[in-house]
Design a protein around this ligand. Structure first.
Ligand code: FMN
Length: 313
């Protein structure tokens, strides 16, 4: 039985529209995590967060909203929002490496505040109506820090501990520290999920073989680059990948057109997909996509690029 695959939260990419189109066309993902929900300074919610977790915008998929609290109070407000929207699970972000977030004591800024971690987890886990999970990194400066913190997490009945096998300092680049993850794997009693650079079937198989007892693996950019990856990890194959990508793209275009205003805004949003999608597309074709100024020229560039890309497979 292959490991369960979870779609990582990716702020700016895996919003409700993206998740729904992905799930309809490619699937093979057990759980989707929302990009983090956070509070404004006056403790109000962002409209885009409210839209993103509204159950009406997330039909037919298993969504776990992720929150970015800095203390117990923010945890209470954000978990209330999650429960009011009908969810029975919440994920707490303790891994975001952005300087502003870390400085404010949120995300991976919590890695150096074990007392605040306890306050947040006590608040969240006191809610009997919620399964709580945490997404974290191996450390702030060095990848051995989480091992020291593990006893703190093991005091709580977490549904999952997802570990991105990098440090805060590394942000999203550089080698994942699978050796340090292995040390956690050997001693952890909590259900563990591995995250970081699973970008191919070979990567998935290597992680599954090295860590057979994982509760799952989480993939982020690997799925943005190759949306077939989760299905391929489950042994599925596809005849007409070009049509599936174009269909996916059409669904995104249709939904973003309804939500956003004006050609320029819609095109700008659609072009973000190409930050990652099909990285091996010829340079000149990708350039034609990102430089296009009208919906017509953009569509032609997308259609030609995708067809020519898969014609060579
Ligand atoms: C653009 C971008 C946005 C991200 N947004 C979030 C987020 O909202 N919450 C979170 O926990 N992690 C976020 N991450 C981290 C990813 O969920 C994931 O941990 C990281 O990309 C490593 O996994 P990957 O190598 O499979 O992409 C983000 C990463 C990127 C590159």
């Amino acid at each position: 039985m292959p490991h369960q695959i979870q779609f990582a939260p990716l702020q700016g990419y895996t919003d409700a529209i993206y998740r729904n189109a992905f799930n309809t066309i490619f699937g093979s993902v057990e759980t989707y995590y929302s990009p983090f929900l956070r509070l404004e300074n006056d403790h109000s919610f962002r409209n885009k967060d409210l839209y993103d977790i509204n159950p009406a915008n997330n039909t037919g998929l298993n969504l776990v909203p992720q929150i970015l609290p800095k203390n117990a109070k923010e945890t209470a407000i954000l978990t209330d929002l999650v429960v009011k929207n009908g969810y029975r699970a919440v994920d707490i972000n303790m891994g975001c490496p952005f300087a502003m977030v870390v400085k404010s004591g949120r995300g991976s800024g919590l890695l150096v505040q074990p007392e605040e971690i306890k306050a947040i987890l006590t608040e969240a886990c006191n809610r009997t109506d919620l399964t709580v999970s945490v997404k974290i990194r191996l450390g702030h400066d060095t990848p051995d820090e989480l091992l020291q913190l593990l006893p703190v997490f093991e005091q709580y009945p977490l549904g999952r501990l997802t570990v991105h096998a990098r440090t805060t300092k590394q942000q999203y680049i550089g080698q994942c520290h699978t050796g340090h993850f292995a040390q956690i794997y050997q001693v952890a009693k909590l259900p563990l999920v591995y995250n970081g650079d699973i970008n191919s079937l070979q990567d998935f198989e290597a992680i599954s073989a090295q860590f057979p007892k994982l509760a799952g693996v989480m993939m982020g950019r690997g799925l943005l680059m190759n949306p077939f990856l989760a299905a391929e990890c489950h042994g599925l194959t596809f005849e007409d990948k070009a049509s599936m990508i174009l269909n996916f793209h059409d669904q995104l275009a249709e939904k973003y057109s309804r939500k956003l205003c004006g050609e320029a805004q819609i095109l700008a949003k659609l072009k973000t997909i190409w930050d990652y999608l099909l990285p091996d597309i010829e340079k000149k074709r990708r350039k034609a996509i990102v430089k296009s100024r009208t919906y017509n020229s953009y569509n032609t560039a997308v259609s030609e690029s995708v067809k020519s890309y898969f014609a060579n497979e």
